[in-house]
Design a protein around this ligand. Structure first.
Ligand SMILES: O=P(O)(O)OC[C@H]1O[C@H](O[C@H]2O[C@H](CO)[C@@H](O)[C@H](O)[C@H]2O)[C@H](O)[C@@H](O)[C@@H]1O
Length: 264
């Protein structure tokens, strides 16, 4: 993994700043700071204003674990693509499986509403976020996070219908077993947008789906250095996203003015 603000990283940013590029971002922990209560998360104005300007030059996508309805209220601008539920919601044709996924999710919720209180060792601060097509079980507020995660990981494989369990930051996400994840969503967006180059920035385990793609035209960037990550580059801290957006804007403005001058 290399720092994005290295010579190699900046050369990749130079390459990206061309007409027809796609810039995709995860939401929580990438655009929005992590907070204890998910309903309080939002993307700060200084990030949104930069993304809004960037959308004049590149296609913008948000690929999040949240539902589309939830995240769209927190963005303050309209990206070209908004994909929710870890890639399940918002892609072309996603409605085909929606009823099946909704029913699966309802069954997990019913079972867990019964089962969780039966496990006295499970902390009452663990709570479930119903996102209609997937479920998130949060344990950020648990007294013993490690113990809470272990108990949940022992319990969840018993669920019927069985779920794909994806760990995140103080959360276990339950998805339909055939769900493609963020990697599939990113691959579909690359096709739909016919992008010549693409950027993806994310911070979590679920974003590794995209980082693992190793697509030649994809510049993958992780928030925070993590040697086990498959991302090519990292940003030292979430706040560095501001510098990344500024560096992209400088390059896109320049590329745009050169193109306009050549056309004129
Ligand atoms: O793919 P993302 O956009 O990163 O969404 C992943 C999950 O984000 C939210 O949970 C996370 O952020 C919360 C607010 O900061 C935090 O309290 C929690 O511990 C994190 O896991 C969201 O609530 C989930 O639905 C998303 O799947």
């Amino acid at each position: 993994m290399m720092n994005l603000f290295s010579a190699a990283g900046r050369a990749c940013l130079d390459e990206l700043a061309k007409p027809g590029s796609l810039c995709a971002f995860d939401f929580d922990g990438t655009l929005a700071p992590l907070v204890t209560q998910p309903e309080r998360a939002y993307a700060p104005k200084n990030i949104i204003s930069r993304l809004a300007e960037l959308s004049n030059y590149a296609k913008i996508a948000i690929i999040t674990g949240r539902s589309v309805a939830d995240v769209s209220d927190r963005l303050g601008f309209h990206p070209d693509y908004l994909v929710g539920n870890h890639g399940l919601e918002g892609m072309p044709g996603w409605q085909e499986n929606a009823a099946e996924y909704r029913e699966m999710c309802r069954q997990w919720l019913d079972t867990l509403r019964q089962k969780l209180p039966e496990h006295a060792e499970i902390d009452p601060n663990i709570w479930m976020e119903d996102k209609t097509y997937s479920l998130s079980i949060h344990y950020r507020m648990a007294r013993d996070r490690v113990g809470a995660e272990q108990h949940l990981l022992a319990l969840l494989p018993e669920l019927l219908p069985s779920a794909r369990i994806m760990a995140g930051k103080c959360v276990l996400n339950l998805l339909p077993p055939d769900a493609g994840g963020k990697g599939n969503a990113m691959a579909a967006l690359l096709t739909a947008s016919q992008a010549s180059g693409a950027l993806y920035v994310g911070d979590d385990v679920t974003d590794e789906d995209v980082f693992r793609m190793q697509h030649p035209e994809l510049l993958s960037v992780r928030i925070g250095h993590e040697p086990r990550s498959s991302a090519k580059f990292f940003l030292a801290h979430r706040l560095c996203i501001l510098q990344l957006l500024d560096e992209l804007l400088v390059r896109f403005r320049l590329a745009n003015s050169i193109t306009s001058r050549l056309a004129g």
